[in-house]
Structures are given as structure tokens and as C-alpha cells.
Design a binder for this molecule. Structure first.
Ligand code: ADP
Ligand code: MG
Length: 673
């Protein structure tokens, strides 16, 4: 049985067992499904075809006794005869079998070829001759004292004794449709590939299997959630909503229209909405939110919009007010709203006379009660914890939930990371937007940048400076910010006020400074990156970012989005000193495009998903063999199949799917965020 402990294999002692445990291998099944991280392809060629400085594999006969030399590193040296020539072999690694390196023994050596000295620096070897001239060896990340050779021997034995117990889990239908090898065969091939082609298909099979299981898990979970998440359907007053849209000072873009339709359909259905609205800064998400809030209000329900900071709440409230007019009773609730005013709002929410409320964390306080909460919108959702979001949902009877984010998430990642949310995307900008001009310069340009900022500020505009970051330490960030602040204060005449925003300030202190910037009492604002300058100051036209190469493109794009919100031309100046090609390429891309989705895709390709979201919150599952970016097409196919399987209840009803069901049930124990 596959669940047997690995010690049933020959010669597994206490130490090996411990080493395997370090690799999370406890059972035969764990061992069989421990996949290689890479393959070493060795092709034996005649010496004269080998390329100097490159990796090669040779077969020879040992002609001199090995000698151990002691230099900076201990090494073993001996000669082998290959094709009538004598090659010197140097080995640096520990030798277990020096005694077997006897003259006359045949040995296969892989290493770096030095054609000038007729010498090979070996990194792996095997006794004897390989069976064929071309061999593919799986390489595993082994732990402890385990070597790849030893690990392969364990696998070989496990495969010989246990392959018959390996059951096919994919229904015949998919194997045929995608020409995938059977599980047993694929498993043998993945560890001991006979040729590249077979390996390719074995990999394809496990990638599909892994992605299908993952997607099945997501969609099964989603279905369970949906069944649990019934909510009262809210009929949409179409005429009123259309009239409202007509009254807006602009025409909605196609993307806004499509997103709005998706949202309203959810609201009108008896399913509780659980949706993410994503779109670049300024793409018009708030406008869509406003129409959605209006729509529930027009049908006699209440809506709430929660945002991360007080200033944002005030700004959203002001723009909602203009959009909504007097027809709807809207209120602002933040910690600054106190006394009688607060009491009025609380009672208005409780009796339902206030239809829309916009606020900060204040909204989730105990004292806040709603009469008929039908829609909850959370702006910049990543700024709130799961618990905070849940507290808000619980203010109503299964209200519809809309999350909003301005961090464009590439489709690839969205499918994997947010699989359990429905997603609406605004992927175009309202027409007539001036795009921000972006320049990448080095720090020698600082003097010129300052002159430029002076010119803009003298003309009545405002500027942001993001201060340099040297270490990933808040203390250093703080010092750098203070340095830059002092530099700017002495550079600009006293009539130009410089402000400083850093992580050590309390929330209300930060808000106070931001408010001064909003009112143009401060013209130049220095901020550390701990601060997300998440507000709308249309008069700010210049964004200067130090150490730009250290930021993710998505983050730079976010910062850049702080300017270019008015009708004046805006500028983003990136001070960067990229150290390598990837870094240079990233700076080139950000200067070239203002499209957040394109940037996100590019960043993802260049730096990988961990970097994209930040290591901690990557939100991506760890895949064994699949790579959600490389294997994007397989992911789409798996997703389509999973949706079909779940929609038609195949796991529960079709015997062909029973193995899949077992696998899914097994993984369903740990849900998502
Ligand atoms: P986001 O929340 O995505 O950052 P907003 O909804 O705040 O974007 O919109 C940014 C600005 O563009 C606002 O001033 C808004 O009134 C305006 N706006 C929104 N939608 C449109 C549109 N379709 N056409 C023109 N202007 C728009
Ligand atoms: Mg917004």
C-alpha cells in the first residue's frame, strides 16, 4: 500500500528516515510524488566535439590511482582514458568511494570541460557505462546526508514494488482529449525519463492534474460558499438607475458599464455577491461604486462604503455627494465625527433614514447598527484584515459584498490567487485623460529635478517626494526621509512649505499633514514608502521617487497614480540605479507604459509572483510541478474543466470521477482566506 512508511524500503535506517522527514517524505506515496526540480541531460560525445568551458559528460577508464590534494579546498585528482586520450579529472566533493576508484574501472563523469588542459572538473559521476549515449537524470532537492544517487535508488525500489498500487485519478475522457499518459506511466517517466518527449508528456499530465485539483478545490469551495451565501434578492429599479447614470457628468466607459452590469446582476440575484472590482487608479471604480450604492438605496436598502483612511473617506463622501445629489441621504462616519452629529448618524443608520454611509474603521464599531444593509463595498481591500471585513458584513443579513482594488492583478494570478471571488475588471481609462510623463534618471540629476519642481510649484502646483530607502528598516527610512526633508527645506524659499510624512507618526498626525497638503498649505510633501499616499490631490503634478529600482512595478505605478488627477500635465521622475538587465528592463517598461495591467504582467514575468505581491502575502498556493505563469494555458483548460465538473455535480454522481472526488475531499480541509 502506498500509505506504508518509507522504512519498508531496503536499508532505510534512522538517519535516512530523518533526512526524508526533512523533505516531508514519510510514506511511500510521499516519496513517489516527490518530484524532481530539474533534469540533467547528459549526452556522451567524442572529446573533440566538447566545447571548452561548458558542461559535458564523458565515459572513460581510470588509469591512475586517485590522489587527494590539499589546497584551499581538498580535492581528488586522477586520470582517465577516453577515446585514446588521457583526461585529468578533478573532484571537489566528498568521496565515499575512493576505494572503488581503482584503475581499470569504467566511470561516467559529468562536469565542466577544460579543452586547453584536457581536464574535467567533475560534479557528478557514476560507475560503469550508461545504457544509452543520451541520458536524462532527475535532480531532487535532497536534505541531510542524502545524495541524489541514493535518493534515486530509493525511488527505483519504490517504483518497482509499488507502482501497481498507483491508481488513475483522471477520468478517461481527459486522458484521451489531451493525450495524457496514464498516472502510473507518467510517474515512472517523471523520475526516470527514457527520452525528452516522454518526459514532456509526463510533466504535462501532472501539471494538468495539479491544476485541475486546485481549480476543483476552488470551485467546490465557491459552490459551497454560494449555497451558504443566500441573500435576499434586491430588485433593481432600472428606470431610476438609468436616469441616474444619464445625470452623471460623463458617459461610462464600456468596462465600467460591463462591471456595473455584473454587480447589479449579483445584487438582484438570490445569491450573495462576493466580487472583486479591479481597475487602475482613476479608471472610475468609485463611480461604479456610487451607482451600485445608489441602486440599492433606490430599492429601499442601505449601502456602506468602507475606506482605509479618514481623508479618503472625506474625499469619497464629497464626490459621492456631487454624484448623488439630494435624492439620496448619505452620511460620513469617521472617528472625527463626534457628539450630537455622531448620535444623529447612528440613529439614522439604525432607522434606515440614512441610505448610504461612507466611512473608515468606525463603521465596524459595535455601536453601528443598520436597518437593512444590502450592499457593502470595501475600497483598497488589502488594507483591511479578514476579520475587519467580516465585522462589516455581519452588520447586515448576508449583504452583497464588493471589494475594490487599484492594484491591477494579472489575469494569471487573479485566477489562482482570487479564485474564490468573482472578478470584474475595468481595463480602460476614461477618454481624454492625459497620461503621466515618466522619466528615469540617476541621482546626479537631483539639482535639475529640484529646479524643475521649483518651477512647477512657483506656478501653483504641488509635488511629492518619496524618500530613499537604504535598508529594509523603518529606522533608516526615517533618517533618509528627514535628510531629504532638511535638504528640501533649505533649498526652497520659505514661501514654499515642505511637509514630512513618515511611519513613526500617529494616524491623526499623518491625516493632519495630508489635510494640509490637500488644502495646498503644504506644497512639497516628502514621504517614506511606509506611507501610501492614497488620496486625491488633483493639484499635485510631480512625483519624484528615490531608489525606484527597489520597488515593484505595481507599487511604482500606484505611486505614480497620485499625480495626473487634474487637467494639468503631470510628471513622474524615477531616480534609479538599476544594477542588472532585469532592473533596467523594468525601468524601461514603467517609463514606457501607463497601463497598469501591462505593467503587472511584465513585472510578474520579470520578477515572479512572490515579488509581485510581496513575499508574505503572495496568496498563491505552492505548486509542486505547475507554474501558474508558465503553464497559463493549462491553467485555463483546467479551470474550464473544473467549472464544468462542479456545475454538473460530476464528482458526486459520476463513478468515473470518484478518485478525483477523494482527492478533492482530502484537500478541502484547509480553506482560503
Ligand atoms: P478610481 O476610484 O478607479 O480611482 P474614480 O471613480 O475616482 O476612479 O474616477 C476618477 C475620476 O474620473 C473622477 O474624477 C471621476 O469623476 C472621473 N470619471 C469616472 N468615470 C469617468 C468616465 N467614464 N468618464 C470621464 N470621467 C470619469
Ligand atoms: Mg478609488
Amino acid at each position: 500500500m502506498l500509505s506504508e512508511r518509507v522504512d519498508v524500503l531496503k536499508g532505510i535506517g534512522k538517519k535516512t528516515k530523518e533526512d526524508l522527514a526533512l523533505m516531508n517524505i514519510h510514506t511511500i506515496e510521499d516519496l513517489l510524488y516527490y518530484f524532481p526540480y530539474r533534469y540533467d541531460i547528459q549526452e556522451i560525445k567524442p572529446l573533440r566535439e566538447l566545447v571548452h568551458g561548458e558542461q559535458a559528460t564523458i565515459v572513460g577508464t581510470i588509469v591512475t590511482e586517485p590522489q587527494v590534494l590539499y589546497g584551499r579546498k581538498r580535492r581528488t585528482v586522477f586520470n582517465v582514458k577516453v577515446d585514446e586520450a588521457v583526461v585529468r579529472v578533478v573532484m571537489f566533493h566528498r568521496l565515499y568511494s575512493t576505494d572503488r576508484l581503482t584503475t581499470g574501472a569504467t566511470i561516467t563523469l559529468t562536469g565542466k570541460w577544460d579543452a586547453h588542459r584536457l581536464q574535467m572538473t567533475v560534479h557528478s559521476f557514476k560507475f560503469g557505462k550508461p545504457e544509452s549515449r543520451k541520458e536524462i537524470n532527475a535532480l531532487y532537492s535532497v536534505k541531510g546526508n542524502l545524495t541524489n544517487n541514493r535518493f534515486r535508488m530509493l525511488l527505483k525500489e519504490a517504483l518497482e514494488r509499488y507502482t501497481d498500487h498507483v491508481e488513475e485519478i483522471l477520468p478517461e475522457k481527459y486522458l484521451t482529449a489531451y493525450r495524457l499518459p496514464e498516472r502510473k506511466t507518467a510517474l515512472k517517466t517523471i523520475h526516470f525519463p527514457e527520452n525528452i518527449n516522454a518526459l514532456k508528456h509526463a510533466k504535462r499530465r501532472f501539471i494538468y492534474e495539479e491544476l485541475l485539483l486546485y481549480q476543483l478545490k476552488i470551485h467546490t469551495y465557491k459552490k459551497q460558499q454560494k449555497e451558504a451565501r443566500k441573500s435576499e434578492p434586491i430588485p433593481i429599479a432600472k428606470e431610476k438607475v438609468n436616469a441616474f447614470i444619464k445625470r452623471l457628468p460623463f458617459t461610462l466607459t464600456k468596462s465600467q458599464m460591463r462591471s456595473l452590469k455584473e454587480i447589479l446582476a449579483d445584487i438582484a440575484s438570490e445569491q450573495q455577491m462576493y466580487r472583486l472590482l479591479q481597475g487602475d487608479v482613476g479608471s472610475g471604480k468609485t463611480a461604479v461604486a456610487a451607482i451600485s450604492l445608489y441602486s440599492v438605496a433606490a430599492s429601499g436598502y442601505q449601502g456602506a462604503l468602507m475606506v482605509p483612511t479618514e481623508i479618503l473617506a472625506e474625499q469619497h463622501f464629497a464626490s459621492m455627494k456631487t454624484l448623488l445629489g439630494d435624492e439620496v441621504n448619505a452620511a460620513l462616519l469617521t472617528s472625527s465625527v463626534k457628539g450630537k452629529k455622531r448620535a444623529e448618524i447612528l440613529s439614522g443608520l439604525k432607522d434606515g433614514s440614512i441610505q448610504i454611509v461612507i466611512g473608515t474603521h468606525s463603521l465596524i464599531q459595535e455601536e453601528v447598527k443598520f436597518n437593512r444593509l444590502g450592499l457593502v463595498i470595501i475600497d483598497e481591500q488589502h488594507r483591511f484584515g479578514v476579520e475587519q471585513r467580516r465585522l462589516l458584513f455581519e452588520k447586515g443579513e448576508a449583504p452583497n459584498v464588493l471589494h475594490m482594488t487599484a492594484t491591477p492583478i494579472p489575469r494569471t494570478l487573479a485566477i489562482t490567487a482570487f479564485g474564490e471571488l468573482d472578478i470584474s475588471t475595468i481595463d480602460e481609462m476614461p477618454s481624454g485623460r492625459k497620461s503621466v510623463l515618466t522619466y528615469v534618471v540617476n541621482e546626479h540629476y537631483l539639482e535639475r529635478i529640484l529646479r524643475f519642481v521649483m518651477k512647477k510649484v512657483s506656478a501653483g502646483e504641488q509635488a511629492y517626494f518619496v524618500s530613499p530607502l537604504i535598508e529594509e528598516s523603518e529606522a533608516f527610512d526615517y533618517e533618509n526621509a528627514v535628510d531629504l526633508y532638511n535638504k528640501l527645506v533649505s533649498y526652497f524659499p520659505p514661501s514654499i512649505k515642505v511637509g514630512l510624512l513618515h511611519g513613526k507618526l500617529k494616524n491623526d498626525e499623518k491625516e493632519a499633514i495630508m489635510k494640509q497638503f490637500v488644502k495646498n498649505e503644504i506644497q512639497v510633501l516628502v514621504a517614506t514608502t511606509v506611507i501610501e499616499v492614497g488620496v486625491n490631490v488633483p493639484n499635485a503634478t510631480v512625483m519624484v521617487i528615490h531608489d525606484a529600482e527597489r520597488f515593484g512595478l505595481a507599487q511604482l505605478h500606484q505611486l505614480r497614480g497620485r499625480v495626473g488627477r487634474g487637467d494639468k500635465q503631470a510628471y513622474c521622475i524615477l531616480i534609479a540605479d538599476p544594477k542588472n538587465e532585469v532592473g533596467k528592463e523594468r525601468m524601461r517598461i514603467i517609463a514606457e507604459t501607463n497601463d497598469g495591467f501591462r505593467l503587472a504582467e511584465a513585472d510578474l514575468k520579470l520578477r515572479g509572483p512572490g515579488d509581485f505581491f510581496g513575499k508574505k502575502q503572495s496568496g498563491l498556493p505552492e505548486f509542486k510541478i505547475a507554474d501558474p505563469i508558465e503553464d497559463f494555458r493549462a491553467l485555463e483548460v483546467a479551470r474550464r474543466d473544473a467549472i464544468d465538473i462542479v456545475a454538473h455535480h460530476k464528482l458526486e454522481t459520476d463513478p468515473d470521477y470518484r478518485h478525483l472526488k477523494m482527492m478533492v475531499d482530502k484537500t478541502m480541509t484547509e480553506p482560503f482566506d
